[in-house]
Design a protein around this ligand. Sequence first.
Ligand SMILES: *Cc1c(COP(=O)(O)O)cnc(C)c1O
Length: 419
Amino acid sequence: MPMSPDYRDRLFPILPEVAAHFGTPFHIYDETGIRETGTRLRRLFARLGGFQEYYAVKALPNPRILQIMQELGFGFDCSSVAELLLARQVGARGEALMFTSNNTSAEDFHTALADGGSLLNLDDISLVPKVPRMPETICFRYNPGPRRSGNSIIGNPVEAKYGVAHHQLIDAYRAAMARGARRFGLHTMLASNERNHLYMVQTVEMLLEVARWIGAELGIRFDFINMGGGLGIAYHPDEAPFDLEAMADGILRQLDAFGADQGYVPRLFMESGRYMTGPHGVLVVRAINRKEIYRTYIGVDASMSALMRPGMYGAYHHIEVPGKSADLPVETVDVVGSLCENNDKFALQRPLPPIDEGDLLVIQDTGAHGHAMGFNYNGKLRPKELLLRADGRVELIRRAETVEDYFATLQFEAQTLLP
Ligand SMILES: *Cc1c(COP(=O)(O)O)cnc(C)c1O
């Protein structure tokens, strides 16, 4: 199911007033829903003591959202300098930060180790000598290659640029130990938007097998395993939701078995982004044009700069027109933005109630990898972000981009070089 009935019941009645006050388009996120999902996740793994969710900052890099994650007791998975700085802005330090970069630069390392540091998750064996100073705790990202199949968004592990190959793992940990590492983590991230909970259980099983093998080879214990993110959500009303309870059950069983044969249990880390916030955000747009040519086009006041997923992945995002019952006779339309690319479409050949100019459309499940993925091609600007707070207030948490922002990089000191 896309947007929850509870969020819909709270949002739709106030939407005209919110739209009139703040102006469209905007993403609006649901604090109540985010807190409920976070609490549910925490409760499922409560008996594990050291369970830690590191919210994947790239899914929704807004400090106000990160603050809520922090109040839930979560850390942050960062993959860039900017994400580290953002997470530190809300006060996260040290082991509350997991730094999972790839093709890591010297600047990445510098920022990751500065200001209280972070947990370093190395993406390649060649990076071991490049870490300016080896922290006491080190983690490697594992790429199982042909041992596992990925899924369509992340792709086949054999072709994925991420992680340390199976045959390099022992040497990678050994090299880190030689440089002074004393505590160890093992990470992987293989799938994206995967709705089969068994895939995640198998990922944990795989990590534990690798931990057994490396543990025996090198005589080390693993402080933690990090199963990554990738838990899927149902974008389409016909899709089955992810079974979080069944996943937790399966994982707990794997960890119990590991404890029984190894005499200890590593901490479990997770880096879920989409699952935590995806369903708790919607993009609200207004219909501004209706065009009848070979097809009917509903032109709205946002473009793919606000939401890339349909254009980039052909992703389905459910759309509702508040105030217009889904029982009305539908018409089949394309819902489009104004960017000069024909994939700037929020919906293709979608049956929707008849839409008039001025109607509000609610494009759903934009709470992760939505606003964050936007870009400025064609001078299209990203919209504002709002938060429907638990106390019922609506708070502006990011202003819309302006043309001044777009032109900001054109202000610089003149310089030339005659080589
Ligand atoms: C993107 C990413 C995540 C989050 O993925 P979701 O699909 O949003 O759960 C977690 N870990 C890493 C390393 C990532 O790159």
